[in-house]
Write a protein that binds this ligand. Structure first.
Ligand code: TXA
Ligand code: MG
Length: 317
């Protein structure tokens, strides 16, 4: 995708807004992000306020390249390798915060690490460059809602309260993979747009998913706070009921559901990831009793898809 000349003006204006401490919803290749100047405490606080986040989760810092990342975090050899392989792209690296890093402490939730990534979407990149600031940006949804993958989704969340740059539908459609590189073994904190296998292929070692498993076991309370549609979600469904909406996967779709959206007729994990959040939004209506989802294999981006679906299906408070 290339930037049109009409986009340049929109990006310039958005950059001014960012430098003034405002919020801008920007497209990235994963999901839309609610961006603010990461070095401005008040602007970062405005992100939390707009999202209605119950707690201060650390935010991902979006930078233009590895050189810019080095201004804020200590980059080690593993990070260099992964950046060379996957940046720009859907991989967030958690690294030690530099002692004199100018990133707002609120953005890192007071912690001494920072999650950084270089987004691949040309509009996100152009906005970072035009604003000449690192951008703190969580997904541009209100707390507890599924991430937006179109500009329209963002408008549904925030109305006119937030300026949205329309960059079309997100091509990856699922959030970035979050990998903690602050200890000797890389820890997968969130499966996402880059698969575990792809990372392991580049590093030549296995990465640990222990944090992920423990996170699920230790704090199931965390599950329901994210990615929750209003309707109940039923997983691994082979026999949908007649009042359910079915999210199908693959060529063999069971009959019986009131409505069917096929995430990928060919059973392609990337296509399914790109469609997942839009599909969840689309069927989250009182026309149906529940959202039924067919089994999706864990391979490739399937792991990230199933992670989001488990959260969507978790018991609500
Ligand atoms: O694809 C994405 O990552 C999107 C786009 C907009 O870049 N952003 C996104 O942000 O999904 P958010 O805030 O919805 O999720 C960020 C995740 C959270 O689970 C947060 O806990 C984790 O990244 N994270 C961020 N910084 C961290 C840090 N320093 N240590 C551990 N986890 C961190
Ligand atoms: Mg989010």
């Amino acid at each position: 995708m290339h930037i049109q000349s009409s986009d340049v003006k929109i990006i310039e204006r958005a950059a001014v807004l960012i430098r003034d401490g405002g919020l801008v919803a920007m497209p990235t290749e994963t999901v839309y992000g609610l961006a603010a100047d990461a070095t401005n405490n008040e602007a970062v606080a405005a992100i939390f306020a707009a999202k209605g986040r119950p707690s201060f989760n650390p935010l991902i810092i979006h930078v233009s390249d590895l050189a810019m990342a080095r201004d804020y975090v200590e980059v080690n050899e593993i990070a260099e390798k992964l950046a060379a392989a996957f940046w720009p792209g859907p991989l967030t690296l958690v690294l030690p915060r530099k002692r004199h890093s100018t990133i707002s402490l609120l953005a890192s939730a007071g912690g001494d690490t920072l999650g950084v990534r270089v987004p691949a979407h040309p509009i996100a990149r152009a906005l970072i460059t035009a604003a000449d600031r690192p951008l703190a940006a969580p997904s541009a949804n209100r707390s507890g809602k599924v991430s937006p993958t179109t500009a329209q989704h963002v408008r549904e969340e925030f109305g006119d309260a937030v300026r949205v740059i329309d960059g079309g539908a997100c091509t990856v459609g699922i959030e970035s993979t979050v990998l903690d590189l602050t200890s000797s073994t890389p820890l997968l904190l969130r499966p996402g747009g880059v698969s575990q296998k792809e990372i392991e292929r580049i590093l030549g070692v296995r990465i640990s998913t222990l944090a992920l498993q423990q996170g699920v076991l230790k704090s199931p309370g965390l599950l329901e706070s994210h990615y929750a549609p209003s309707l109940p979600v039923r997983l691994n469904v082979i026999n949908p009921t007649k009042d359910e909406a079915l999210l199908a996967f693959g060529p063999n779709v069971p009959a019986g559901a009131m409505r069917v959206i096929n995430l990928s007729k060919t059973g392609d994990d990337r296509e399914a990831a790109a469609r997942l959040f839009a599909a969840l939004r689309e069927v989250d209506s009182s026309d149906y009793s529940a959202i039924a989802v067919m089994p999706i294999p864990d391979s490739g981006l399937g792991a990230a898809i199933n992670d989001r679906l488990r959260r969507a299906a978790a018991e609500r408070p």
